[in-house]
Design a protein around this ligand. Structure first.
Ligand code: 5GP
Length: 206
């Protein structure tokens, strides 16, 4: 029997750099598969369909909701975002580790359906630093900055729903921590008990 892969779920307020952390993690851990989400938002410059997201029309997305094709979905900033269920289930069953980079609403839905997942919350080093990062993007109005900053504060309260927190002070260090969490998860007795027992039984019977 193939051992199921791990489901890693990473969230965090905007401005924490979770996207960069995930990208760096995927560069190093080549065997982790990224789940490409579906969304109804417009592609940004340089984004490609099927690579960054599956870009869908609203009616198509809503049909897929009705057909139960999403493991989770949520409305984030007026657009739908969702995780295609089949891809994730198939990969995990094949023994591959899968990464979801999704918002908190989505992560909570996944936790209900798949509590075995590893839920990781990325935090900024400080609120000051978070504000600097949001302002530093230079793409947002003062009002939008205040809104994002306010919702970041609310979102941080959800850290209690997650298994692990990782402070993204330095991307390299944050990635190191996540890799350590994966190693630890692979050594969990509860998830490996059958494999351990059968390995040693086989050796004795040889
Ligand atoms: P962006 O539009 O900047 O790419 O993403 C906006 C937010 O949507 C981010 O917080 C991102 O983590 C979240 N997101 C991306 N894909 C999904 C998804 O499949 N499900 C949910 N619930 N959130 C997602």
């Amino acid at each position: 029997m193939i051992k199921e892969g791990l489901l890693l779920v990473i969230s965090g307020p905007s401005g924490t750099g979770k996207g960069t952390v995930c990208k760096e993690l995927l560069k190093i851990e080549k065997d982790i598969k990224l789940s490409i989400s579906a969304t109804t938002r417009e592609p940004r410059n340089g984004e490609r369909n099927g690579v960054n997201y599956h870009f869908l029309e609203k009616d198509v997305f809503e049909r897929q909701i009705e057909q139960g094709e999403f493991l989770e979905y949520a409305k984030v900033y007026d657009n739908y975002y969702g995780t295609p269920k089949k891809y994730v289930i198939d990969e995990i069953k094949e023994g591959n580790n899968v990464l979801l980079e999704i918002d908190i609403q989505g992560a909570l839905q996944v936790k209900e359906k798949y509590p075995k997942g590893i839920f990781i919350f990325i935090l900024p080093p400080s609120m000051n630093e978070l504000k600097k990062r949001i302002v530093g993007r230079g793409t947002e109005s003062e009002e939008a900055i205040q809104k994002r900053f306010g919702s970041a504060l609310d979102e941080i309260n959800y850290v209690k729903e997650y298994d692990y927190f990782v402070i993204n002070d330095e991307v390299k260090e944050a990635v190191k921590k996540i890799r350590a969490l994966i190693r630890a998860e692979n050594c969990k007795v509860s998830e490996n008990i059958e494999e351990i027992i059968s390995k040693f039984k086989e050796e004795i019977s040889c």
